[in-house]
Design a protein around this ligand. Structure first.
Ligand SMILES: Cc1ncc(COP(=O)(O)O)c(C=O)c1O
Length: 352
């Protein structure tokens, strides 16, 4: 009953095997090896973007911060959702890697913002006012931090605002695969075809050990990214091990297969919990993450039975057993039907 995070899931055997295969003899370092070249080509192929600049980095924060470094000037503001990982979970890495750009958070509880909210926020920054931040890039997360999704139409509407305003659009795709699997669209359809300029393409949460691809569709940005990556101490010497993971992840559609499995687990978890009277879902589920309001006594029974997941207020302490607490349940690719069934059974069977 482990639903705390898809980061908690194991490495998929095919990726582990690829790491073992890559672990043979001496090969050139710092990304000059054949495996890195092949993995970069594979990312370009999946994105149908033969000229894209692609870099493999070990964390999602690195991908986000380096990409935003390429897109934002130090005096810019970056527009993002108020719950965006770049805003609340990266300890100012984007601000540091942009040499000072700040973040303007927008949108509601659902961790999404729409084109109108974006337009209003942008209009609050007057380009002729040199005392204010300048209008900078827009960053959105897909799947969002609340487990919701932007439809392709919503992405297009946001990118239209960006284009009209001359601002670039970054997508934090730590769960890109889960989103693509849920929407049934291609990587290209969820990125450059709807006007996205740069993607942090995650793999770690979906079966890799530690690798993300930073993808910029404007190849002229490649040199700047590489310089920033070096300056940021984020160039891996033994790059073959990053490449081996990405190569295996994208081979024979493994990335979408694992994401679809994780999403399906979340669907069945949601279905199992949905007929318990005092259980309510906080946000519409988009992919592999569910936010659920449950009374304290049900959370307590689950925790007592060994369930592991985040309870948003953080604490089970409190006097009122009926107080509703928000739980976050995330399914990784390896979650099995038994642990879902057990979780539902314990939640349903809890007694005051
Ligand atoms: C939406 C989102 N973006 C980025 C990241 C960055 O991940 P990392 O911990 O690998 O830096 C995470 C990780 O939890 C995430 O949830």
């Amino acid at each position: 009953m482990k639903f705390a995070s898809d980061n908690n899931g194991p490495v998929h055997p095919k990726i582990m095997e690829a790491l073992v295969r890559a672990n043979d003899g001496a090969v050139p370092s710092y990304g000059t090896d054949a495996l890195t070249a092949a993995a970069v080509e594979k990312v370009r192929e999946v994105f149908e973007a033969p000229n894209a600049a692609v870099f493999l980095v070990p964390t999602g924060t690195a991908a986000n911060a380096l990409l935003l470094g390429c897109l934002a000037r130090p005096w810019d503001t970056i527009f993002s959702a108020q719950f965006a990982h770049i805003h609340v979970d990266e300890c100012n890495a984007p601000e540091a890697f942009t040499d000072g750009a700040k973040i303007t958070p927008l949108g509601a509880d659902i961790a999404k913002f729409n084109a109108d909210e974006l337009q209003t926020a942008i209009s609050g920054f007057d380009p002729s006012n040199l005392k204010q931040s300048a209008r900078g890039p827009v960053s959105l997360t897909q799947v969002t931090e609340r487990g919701t999704l932007y439809s392709l139409e919503e992405l297009s509407a946001i990118s239209k605002v960006c284009r009209n305003e001359g601002l670039s659009l970054h997508l934090d795709g730590a769960r890109f695969a889960n989103a693509a699997a849920a929407l049934g669209c291609s990587a290209a359809e969820m990125s450059w075809k709807v006007g996205v300029d740069a993607v942090s393409f995650g793999a770690t949460k979906n079966g890799a050990m530690a690798v993300e691809a930073a993808v910029i569709f404007d190849p002229d940005k490649a040199l700047e990214f590489r310089r920033r990556q070096q300056r940021g101490a984020l160039v891996f010497s033994k790059a073959r091990y990053l490449a081996a993971q990405m190569q295996a992840y994208l081979t024979d559609g493994l990335w979408l297969e694992l994401a679809a499995k994780a999403n399906a687990s979340a669907v069945s978890l949601e279905a199992g919990l949905s007929d318990i009277d005092d259980v309510e879902f906080a946000f519409p589920r988009g992919a592999n993450m569910i936010y659920v309001w449950m009374p304290r006594f049900r959370h307590q029974a689950l925790v007592d039975a060994g369930a592991y997941y985040y309870i948003e207020q953080g604490l089970l302490q409190g006097d009122d057993p009926n107080e509703l607490l928000l739980g976050r349940l995330v399914c990784d690719w390896s979650v099995d039907a038994d642990s879902i069934a057990r979780f539902v059974e314990v939640a349903r069977g809890a007694r005051l």
